[in-house]
Design a protein around this ligand. Structure first.
Ligand code: 3PG
Length: 208
């Protein structure tokens, strides 16, 4: 199993993808990977999500494709069966942490408070999605958490944009950010792969 920290090191941005049509999976993965973003989070919010994971991996063997919005153990089992390379959850529960470990899958759970982090540490987790980033205090909140928790790694997600991503990426604990701005619904609806490729290329050049 590739540690979650290694996956977060692969690109400065993880696109958070909500896919409606399975047939879009391959061209979307192509656009993102060609743009330089090879770590993809496919949310399991739509019926196409699970099958899209396998379709993206088949289309792009260079992509690392995770399942997002994994909010219950049954969904984690389904994501593992679909071939997900890692698991993203909006929050942290013991059942999800144990489930991911049981499947041998890297796990990126959401945290927003010191209490969440303490529970994560008790489960031997040190790498977290900081979620929802902007409404949970954004950059100042992460800076404050770096005091008592100097050795953690975060992927802030939720309200992150091309404009505010640099201020997150400048923090020593932030390895990458996540966001849906690279794959907005309007662009996916009109199958605008050029838009996605261009936006991904812009995001892939963000310094960190
Ligand atoms: C998520 O689904 O993980 C986040 O809601 C993505 O947040 P964003 O749409 O604000 O980027």
């Amino acid at each position: 199993m590739r540690p979650i920290l290694e996956i977060l090191a692969l690109a400065p941005v993880i696109p958070v993808i909500v896919i409606e049509r399975l047939e879009d999976a391959a061209p979307l993965a192509d656009a993102l990977c060609d743009g330089g973003l090879t770590v993809l989070e496919v949310t399991l919010r739509t019926p196409a999500g699970l099958d899209a994971i396998a379709a993206m991996k088949a289309a792009r063997p260079d992509a690392v494709v995770g399942a997002g919005t994994v909010n219950r153990p049954a969904l984690l089992d389904a994501a593992a069966a679909a071939g997900a390379d890692f698991i993203v959850a909006p929050g942290l529960t013991e059942a999800l942490a144990h489930g991911a470990r049981g499947h041998g899958l890297p796990f990126l759970p959401g945290v927003a408070t010191a209490g969440d982090i303490l529970r994560g540490l008790e489960l031997d987790l040190t790498t977290f999605k900081f979620f929802p980033a902007e409404t949970s205090g954004g950059v100042p909140a992460i800076k404050a958490l770096e005091g008592p928790f100097p050795d953690l790694a975060f992927c802030p997600t939720g309200g992150v944009t091309l404009a505010n991503a640099p201020s997150y990426l400048a923090l020593s604990s932030v390895r990458c950010v996540g966001g849906s701005w690279i794959t907005p619904k309007a662009a996916l609806d009109r199958r605008d792969w050029d838009f996605v490729r261009t936006t991904a290329a812009e995001a892939s050049r963000l310094p960190r």
